[in-house]
Design a protein around this ligand. Structure first.
Ligand SMILES: CC(C)(COP(=O)(O)OP(=O)(O)OC[C@H]1O[C@@H](n2cnc3c(N)ncnc32)[C@H](O)[C@@H]1OP(=O)(O)O)[C@@H](O)C(=O)NCCC(=O)NCCS
Length: 253
């Protein structure tokens, strides 16, 4: 996509998101985090009894990456950049990734570049926040995790992830999922974080449970992956689940 087209698309998406968020804006304290500083160019008039009262309108701000970055001493999360393209392409050659995720197959440099180019737009429009999972010490790319399908009206989102084959079986996914969940249910303000794992994906189900997600049931034919409808196990974690789940959370730092 050319830069001008990308800018136009961003402007359209921002405008649609602003309208949607303004319509959904409740008066609850939690949602005030979305409201930007009063903007001189955006003075709104209210109807009815308040007609004529000049009020600052809500401004939709991009979702920023957490600062300091999420890091448990073993695994850290940061944004993807162009330098990750080769590692992403290499990791996504493993058939298990397209089998259980929406990552396309075949997967080339073109797909990786196009995907990474969407990331800023996704944060600007508050639709998703993709993170690279990296080794906290070497900073080598280990995998990918992100919250997506963010819904400001119900303060809900979904999490998805993959870990490169050579880094599996050492707790990377579990650690990354714990980090992103605490952030999404804390700083980001979600009231519910969902995770859908294919009924045959026992490893991912284990990761979900280890990271404090509660199994809620099976959604029949819930997702289409590579042209096939799949039954998915629905997991969710709530802010109030923190203390009760994660039996060995202390070990993960
Ligand atoms: C699912 C995935 C992210 C897990 O990554 P990982 O870093 O290896 O996961 P972890 O090491 O944190 O945990 C794996 C857990 O599954 C367990 N496990 C591994 N193979 C298993 C199997 N065949 N049956 C049951 N459990 C298994 C491990 O023992 C471990 O649990 P434990 O810590 O209690 O021992 C990785 O396999 C992957 O990228 N798969 C392809 C993409 C994918 O499925 N994404 C998820 C979509 S919902």
């Amino acid at each position: 996509m050319r830069a001008t087209e990308q800018r136009d698309r961003a402007a359209r998406l921002i405008s649609a998101t602003e309208q949607r968020d303004r319509a959904a804006r409740p008066s609850s304290a939690t949602d005030q985090r979305d409201v930007g500083a009063p903007c001189a160019n955006h003075i709104a008039r209210r109807d009815g009894a308040r007609r004529g009262v000049r009020l600052p309108c809500a401004r939709v701000l991009p979702i920023d990456f957490p600062s300091p970055p999420l890091d448990d001493g073993v695994i850290a999360l940061r944004g993807f950049d162009e330098d990750d393209v080769a590692d992403v392409v290499r990791a996504c050659q493993d058939p298990e990734i397209p089998r259980f995720t929406v990552v396309p197959s075949p997967y080339t440099e073109r797909e990786a570049r196009a995907w990474i180019e969407t990331h800023d737009l996704l944060r600007i429009t508050r639709m998703a926040v993709p993170f690279a999972v990296v080794d906290a010490r070497t900073r080598a790319l280990v995998g990918s995790i992100g919250v997506h399908d963010l819904d400001s009206r119900s303060r809900k989102g979904e999490v998805g992830y993959w870990i490169a084959r050579e880094h599996r079986g050492r707790g990377a996914a579990t650690r990354a999922l714990r980090l992103i969940s605490r952030w999404a249910l804390g700083e980001l303000g979600l009231g519910r974080l969902e995770l859908l794992a294919d009924v045959h994906n026992v490893v991912s189900q284990r990761v979900a449970e280890r990271a404090g997600f509660v199994r809620e049931g099976v959604l029949r034919s819930a997702r289409e992956i590579k042209g096939t409808r799949r039954d998915m196990v629905l997991y969710a974690r709530l802010p109030t689940d923190d203390a009760d789940r994660e039996p060995d959370a202390r070990k993960s730092g």
